[in-house]
Design a protein around this ligand. Structure first.
Ligand code: SF4
Length: 215
């Protein structure tokens, strides 16, 4: 079923080219900033950081927290997120700000060390594992939970349950996981919204949704 859903979404929306960034560090910053806010706002924050030449871990580490807060203000919760960025940078400093050093870890160890950074939760850690380190770890977000609750009509699954479900039922391919996650996001933003538009949903047209409504 999962592969079929992927194919339908891919045929509908095409490749999403995630994660949109110029460097591993920019991806990490985006993953930290994107929590609870739209990507458009994250882009504004990232553009501010770029203008200030702060999309470099050493430069961001050295910059005053107040300047960082000002740059990332469009991404919301800016004080909390600035603290999270600083925590992440403190962690990165132990590895000479070099992502290649982190790439030496196996996946469970890397996930564990990322989750140990204060303010980095499962979704952020898994986003980094998938899109920076190219590890076969499925990212679960609120959209994924909502979509699969509707598709299966089996009630809401937890982060871990749903992640296990994806990882056990798809081939272990980080490119596939990355594309699938992006496609779920685009589908849930445009069709399977809070109030779903089932009448135009391609998943519905393939009779694969248990909660479909033809309205
Ligand atoms: S049929 Fe409706 S509820 Fe089901 S996936 Fe499509 S939009 Fe969502």
């Amino acid at each position: 079923m999962l592969k079929k859903i992927f194919e339908i979404l891919y045929d509908t929306y095409g490749p999403q080219y995630w994660w949109p960034s110029d460097s591993d560090f920019e991806t990490a910053v985006g993953a930290i900033l994107t929590q609870s806010v739209s990507w458009r706002n994250v882009e504004m924050a990232i553009n501010n950081l770029r203008r200030m030449d702060l999309l470099n871990p050493k430069k961001m580490y050295a910059c005053l927290t107040g300047i960082l807060e000002k740059c990332i203000k469009p991404a919301g919760f800016f004080k909390v997120k600035a603290r999270r960025l600083k925590n992440f940078l403190e962690f990165l400093k132990d590895y000479d700000f070099d992502f290649d050093e982190l790439k030496k870890f196996d996946t469970p160890t890397l996930r564990k060390v990322l989750l140990n950074v204060s303010g980095i939760g499962k979704e952020t850690a898994d986003t980094m594992l998938l899109y920076i380190f190219k590890r076969p770890v499925f990212v679960i977000d609120a959209y994924t939970i909502r979509l699969f609750e509707r598709l299966t009509n089996e009630g809401k699954k937890t982060y871990d349950e749903l992640q296990e479900f994806f990882q056990n039922n798809l081939e272990n391919d980080p490119d596939l996981f990355g594309e699938f996650h992006a496609l779920i996001v685009v589908h849930c933003k445009t069709v399977c919204k809070k109030k779903p538009v089932c009448s135009v949903c391609k998943i519905n047209q393939n009779n694969l949704c248990k909660k479909a409504k033809m309205v």
